[in-house]
Write a protein that binds this ligand. Structure first.
Ligand SMILES: [Ca+2]
Ligand SMILES: [Ca+2]
Ligand SMILES: [Ca+2]
Length: 164
């Protein structure tokens, strides 16, 4: 009888553990709690020969194409409206990272081709975990929830000091 009770308890525990599993995420958002950031999707999209690997040459070519797409008025730089329009289309959201402060390192409210390329190069280098100059899909998966991939809308102010 004791064994039966133990078994029953074990079964109950297994059943409740199963019930306690979090609901499956919506398709495409995470894989085992990991997700692909918008810039990861962009870098994956630079894979022009379809081998599911993005090389540095493909990155450079994709960056040049991307800048040309983004530079709507063809003045050789991206204004902030152009940058956010580009992000809305190519990163899927105008507040997705990298944002204006990631690109515009000299704070002149414009993104030069060099600034655009440098930021995407920095992201590529960060993704290239094994430093072989190629970013594969596994390197694009990050153990971060999707909500961290957006630029913070507003910084939270620290709590006021407690009165003693
Ligand atoms: Ca490729
Ligand atoms: Ca700039
Ligand atoms: Ca790599």
């Amino acid at each position: 009888m004791r064994i039966a009770t133990t078994t029953l308890l074990a079964l109950t525990w297994v059943a409740s553990a199963a019930a306690a599993q979090p609901a499956a995420p919506p398709p495409g958002s995470t894989i085992n709690g990991r997700s692909v950031a918008p810039v990861g999707v962009l870098i994956a999209g630079f894979d022009t020969d379809g081998d599911a690997r993005t090389t540095r040459d493909e990155l450079r070519a994709g960056t040049t194409r991307g800048f040309a797409h983004a530079d709507a008025n063809k003045d050789g730089k991206l204004g902030l409206f152009e940058l956010s329009s580009w992000a809305a289309v190519w990163l899927g959201d105008d507040s997705a990272l990298p944002g204006r402060f990631d690109f515009d390192r000299d704070f002149d409210d414009a993104v030069s081709p060099a600034e655009f390329a440098a930021e995407l190069d920095r992201r590529f280098t960060r993704y290239d975990v094994d430093k072989d100059g190629i970013v594969v899909r596994g390197e694009l998966l990050q153990a971060q929830p999707l909500r961290d991939q957006r630029e913070p809308r507003r910084q939270r102010l620290p709590d006021p000091p407690q009165r003693q």
